[in-house]
Write a protein that binds this ligand. Structure first.
Ligand SMILES: [Fe+2]
Ligand SMILES: [Fe+2]
Length: 264
């Protein structure tokens, strides 16, 4: 199912496809937006931008510390991609006038420790963390971006295909690194360390989908901003990563282990 969505993402229609504005033309400017939609988009763009800039902070030292010259080049590429994703979100925020400028000012001041989502406040302790993060945490980003495909706000919808492409490269690199960590004795880390890193990052990745009954997620779906709700995406993601862990010969952490965002 995810693969179909990825192909479909190359084509974006001018009409809204889901939610209560279905069949209307997509919104082109913040000035046309109903108030609840304007507020929610401001929030979502800010969170998205924050994750992009935060991930730059997490990766940047590995441009000089990655184990091989090829790995350094890939990390430099990831850093450039994430800055570009952050910049794209900032440009969208600028269209929101004073409120957007205020959000941007806040974003430029945030540093590791005060980012909005937990996964982005943790430094990588070794190279295995770098590849586990790109394999599992960037993959959550992919689900979020896929949910924005056909977003009812056209300027955001137009950013998605290229971002999706780039995230797929990051994720492929992470998975490849983990495979080598598990199987290649000449590569940093080993199976035990890979399992430890997976056990650490997967709960943080699962938390990133947010609360099951989130009102904002329901509203985003109703307004045609996102296609899916949190729990739906989390379960689909979990199924996918269980297959990946199995292919690596690793255990999948239970879905509720070490979670911080817990629903009653
Ligand atoms: Fe990104
Ligand atoms: Fe990424």
């Amino acid at each position: 199912m995810v693969a179909d969505v990825r192909i479909e993402s190359a084509m974006s229609s001018r009409k809204i496809k889901t939610g209560k504005y279905r069949k209307m033309r997509k919104f082109e400017h913040p000035g046309e937006l109903p108030e609840d939609m304007r507020d929610l988009l401001l929030k979502m763009l800010t969170v998205q931008a924050d994750t992009e800039f935060a991930s730059v902070e997490q990766h940047r030292d590995w441009q000089t510390d990655a184990p091989s010259a090829e790995d350094r080049w890939v990390i430099a590429r990831i850093v450039a991609d994430e800055v570009r994703h952050g910049l794209s979100m900032v440009r969208l925020l600028r269209d929101f006038g004073e409120d957007g400028e205020k959000a941007i000012e806040g974003l430029m001041k945030r540093r590791i420790g005060d980012h909005i989502l937990d996964s982005f406040n943790i430094e990588f302790k070794d190279w295995i963390d770098v590849v586990t993060f790109t394999c599992f945490v960037d993959r959550v980003g992919l689900y979020q971006l896929e949910s924005f495909v056909e977003c009812s706000y056209a300027p955001l919808a137009r950013q998605i295909p290229l971002m999706l492409n780039e995230e797929q490269l990051h994720i492929g690199f992470g998975l490849n690194g983990l495979k080598k960590a598990v199987n290649d004795p000449n590569y940093p880390g080993n199976k035990e360390r890979a399992q430890e890193s997976v056990d650490f990052w997967v709960p943080r990745a699962l938390d990133m989908f947010g609360h099951k009954g989130s009102k904002n997620a329901a509203l985003a779906q109703e307004l045609g901003i996102k296609r899916w709700q949190n729990e739906e995406m989390r379960l689909r993601y979990y199924k996918e990563i269980a297959g990946i862990c199995e292919s690596l010969g690793l255990e999948t952490p239970p879905i509720d282990a070490n979670r911080r965002i817990v629903d009653a």
